[in-house]
Design a protein around this ligand. Structure first.
Ligand code: GDP
Ligand code: IMO
Ligand code: MG
Length: 414
C-alpha cells in the first residue's frame, strides 16, 4: 500500500493530468482534494485529447474516482463532465463529498465583478467562482453538497442579501440536486475503507505550489492551499496517511494570469516555446506567459511539499533551441541569494542568475517513442545531463521524464 500525492511545483499546468494518468494503474483510486473547475488537466491517449476540470484524471484507466471535501464543486461543470465521461467509459465510479463547498452562479458573478473592481490590479482569475466559493465557506454562508440536497432556495438568503445579487436559482438548484444525488457520499470514509483493505490512493493536486494562497506569490494566487500537505484535510484522511509526494515540473516555467515572474522571457524565444509547447490555458484558452526554468522557486516548492521525487515534463519542447538557460539564484540589490523571497515586492525586482546548459537534441515523435520504449538508459546524453543538473540543484530525484503529450511518450527511471 502506497499513498502518493501528485503536486505541481510551479504555477500550474506542469502536466499533472498526464502524470496522474501514467502512474495511476498502480493505484486503486484517484482523489481530487482542492481547487475546482479552475483546473484543466490534459490526458492524451491515441491522439485524442481529454481535458478534466473536476473529474480526476484517472477516468480513462477506470479507477475509483473521488472529489474530496476540500474541493469547490460547480454542479453545472460537473454535469457536463459526467455526460462526456459516460460517452468515454461504461464505468464511471465517482463519489463527491457531502461536505464539499458548492460553487453557485453568485460565486461566478462575484468572481468577475471583483476582477472588474480591482481594475489594473486584477489577479487574472479563471472567473470560475473559486475565490468567492472559498470566501463564502470562511464566512460560513456557502452551501455544501449536503445543503443542496436537503434544502431549497433559502441557501441563497444570506449571500444574496450580502452581495445584493438577484440571479436566477430555481433551474440551477434543480440541476444541482440532480447531479449531486447520483454521486454524493462520504469520501473520507470510503478512502479509509480502501486503505484498511490495503489499497493505494493517488491524490491529484490542482494548480501549482506557487499559486498556494499563503505560500504562493500572494495576492496573485488561487484561493486555497495547493501544497501536498493539504491532501489530508482536503480528502478527509488522517494525518500521516501520505507515503510519498511526486512533484511535477516543466522543463521551463509558465504562468497564466498576473503576478511576478522572475525568469519570464518576452522575446522571440518566448514565442517559440509558447507555440511549440502549446502553452494556451486548458480552461480559459489564454496564452500562458513563458520563461526559463527557475530552480530557486522549485527548490522552495520541493522543500515545502517534501517532494523527494520529480516528474520532469515537456523536455521535447526545448529540443533544438540554441541556448537553454536555468535560473540557479537571484540577485537582489546586487546581492546573490538562493532563497525564494517571502516579499512579493522584492520578488518583482529580483534578477535571475542563469547557468546555460548544453542544448537538447531536437527529435521527432518517432525518435522519442523509440527512446521511451527502450527505457531510461537510452535517453540522449544531453537529457541525462539536464536531469543531473536539476538533481544537483534541488534535493529530489527525477523519476519520470516526459517528452510528448501522449501517454506513451514517457520514460520512467528503472
Ligand atoms: P496540468 O494542469 O498540470 O494537468 O497541465 P495542462 O494539461 O493544463 O497543461 C499541460 C499541457 O502540456 C497539456 O496540453 C499536455 O497535453 C501537454 N504535455 C504534458 N506533458 C508533455 C510533454 O512532455 N511534452 C509536450 N510537448 N507536451 C506535454
Ligand atoms: P491546473 O490545475 C494555471 C491561476 C489563474 C489566476 C490565479 C487565480 O490546470 O494547473 P482562480 O480562478 O483560481 O481564482 O485564479 O490562479 N490558476 C491556474 N493557473 N493552472 C491552473 O490549474 C490554475 N488554476 C488557477 O490563472 O492567475
Ligand atoms: Mg492545467
Amino acid at each position: 500500500m502506497t499513498n502518493t500525492v501528485i503536486v505541481g511545483l510551479q504555477w500550474g499546468d506542469e502536466g499533472k493530468g498526464k502524470i496522474v494518468d501514467y502512474i495511476c494503474p498502480n493505484y486503486d483510486a484517484v482523489v481530487r482534494y482542492q481547487g475546482g473547475s479552475n483546473a484543466g488537466h490534459t490526458v492524451n491517449v491515441g491522439g485524442i485529447k481529454y481535458i478534466f476540470h473536476l473529474i480526476p484524471s484517472g477516468l480513462l484507466r477506470m479507477k475509483k474516482l473521488f472529489i474530496g471535501p476540500g474541493v469547490v464543486v460547480d454542479p453545472i461543470v460537473l454535469k457536463e463532465e459526467v455526460e462526456k465521461a459516460k460517452m468515454m467509459t461504461q464505468k464511471l465510479d465517482l463519489t463527491v463529498d457531502l461536505r464539499a463547498t458548492v460553487v453557485t452562479p453568485l460565486h461566478r458573478w462575484l468572481d468577475g465583478y471583483l476582477e472588474e473592481i480591482r481594475g489594473s490590479s486584477a489577479v487574472g482569475t479563471t472567473r470560475r467562482g473559486i475565490g468567492p466559493a472559498y470566501a463564502e465557506r470562511a464566512l460560513r454562508i456557502a452551501p455544501t453538497v449536503s445543503d443542496v440536497l436537503m434544502k431549497g432556495r433559502e441557501i441563497f438568503d444570506i449571500s444574496s442579501k450580502l452581495f445584493k445579487w438577484e440571479g436566477e436559482v430555481d433551474e440551477w438548484l434543480k440541476t444541482a440536486k440532480e447531479v449531486f444525488s447520483s454521486f454524493a457520499g462520504d469520501v473520507g470514509l470510503k478512502l479509509q475503507e480502501i486503505m484498511d483493505r490495503g489499497g493505494s490512493l493517488l491524490f491529484e493536486g490542482a494548480q501549482g505550489s506557487l499559486l498556494d494562497v499563503i505560500y504562493g506569490t500572494y495576492p496573485y494566487v488561487t484561493a486555497v492551499h495547493t501544497l501536498a500537505s493539504y491532501a489530508c484535510i482536503g480528502a478527509g484522511i488522517p494525518l500521516g496517511s501520505i507515503d510519498e509526494v511526486i512533484g511535477v515540473m516543466k522543463a521551463y516555467q509558465t504562468r497564466v494570469g498576473k503576478g511576478p515572474f522572475p525568469t519570464e522571457v518576452e522575446d522571440e524565444i518566448g514565442n517559440v516555446i509558447r507555440e511549440r509547447g502549446g502553452e494556451y490555458g486548458a480552461t480559459t484558452g489564454r496564452p500562458r506567459r513563458v520563461g526559463w526554468l527557475d530552480l530557486v522557486s522549485v527548490r522552495y516548492t520541493t522543500r515545502l511539499n517534501n517532494a523527494r521525487k520529480i516528474a520532469l515534463t515537456k523536455v521535447d519542447v526545448l529540443g533544438g533551441l540554441r541556448s537553454v538557460k536555468i535560473a540557479v539564484a537571484y540577485k537582489i540589490d546586487g546581492r546573490e541569494v538562493e532563497h525564494f523571497p517571502a516579499d512579493i515586492e522584492l520578488l518583482s525586482r529580483v534578477e535571475p542568475v542563469y547557468e546555460e546548459i548544453e542544448p537538447l537534441p531536437k527529435l521527432d515523435k518517432g525518435e522519442w517513442a523509440r527512446i521511451c520504449k527502450s527505457g531510461w538508459s537510452s535517453l540522449p546524453r544531453e537529457v541525462k545531463r539536464f536531469v543531473e543538473f536539476i538533481e544537483g540543484k534541488v534535493k529530489a530525484e527525477i523519476c519520470i521524464v516526459s517528452v510528448g503529450e501522449e501517454r506513451g511518450l514517457t520514460v520512467e527511471r528503472s
